[in-house]
Design a protein around this ligand. Structure first.
Ligand SMILES: [Zn+2]
Length: 137
């Protein structure tokens, strides 16, 4: 059975309800305080949870440029400061975002290189193109 609590946005919580309760661990009045203090205390009692209210379901994030990444990071920093997401989640996402940034950077360089090649009027001698077009097997 699902938790009967509603999130700030008015949606159903979506977490599984606890045994003999209509609510999940986070929303059950009997465990809510405990859950919150676990989140705050840290140390050996630290429970790493993502606030179910902040789980965006079926949403795909797209990063087209560094500005997108920066805006997302800024939002995430605010969420961490407000305790909405766990700092460990933030660290993992940050790691992935660095990879996204690197690939955006490479795409940008490739784009500029192509433009230059077109201007000068030379054929691309891109190694990746050569591998893709290789028919010598
Ligand atoms: Zn709940």
């Amino acid at each position: 059975m699902k938790c009967k609590a509603k999130t700030k946005s008015g949606k159903r919580c979506g977490m599984s309800a606890m045994k003999n309760s209509d609510f999940c661990y986070m929303h059950n009045p009997e465990t809510q305080l405990e859950a919150k203090s676990f989140q705050r205390k840290g140390g050996k009692h630290k429970v790493y949870v993502i606030n179910p209210e902040n789980v965006v379901q079926d949403k795909r994030i797209k990063f087209d440029n560094a500005t997108d990444v920066r805006e997302f990071l800024t939002g995430m920093i605010n969420d961490v400061m407000q305790g909405k997401i766990d700092v460990r989640v933030c660290t993992s996402i940050n790691y992935l975002l660095n990879t996204v940034l690197k690939s955006l950077e490479i795409s940008e360089i490739e784009k500029k290189l192509k433009e230059l090649e077109n201007k000068v009027g030379i054929e691309s001698d891109n190694e990746a193109d050569n591998i893709l077009n290789f028919t010598g097997w």
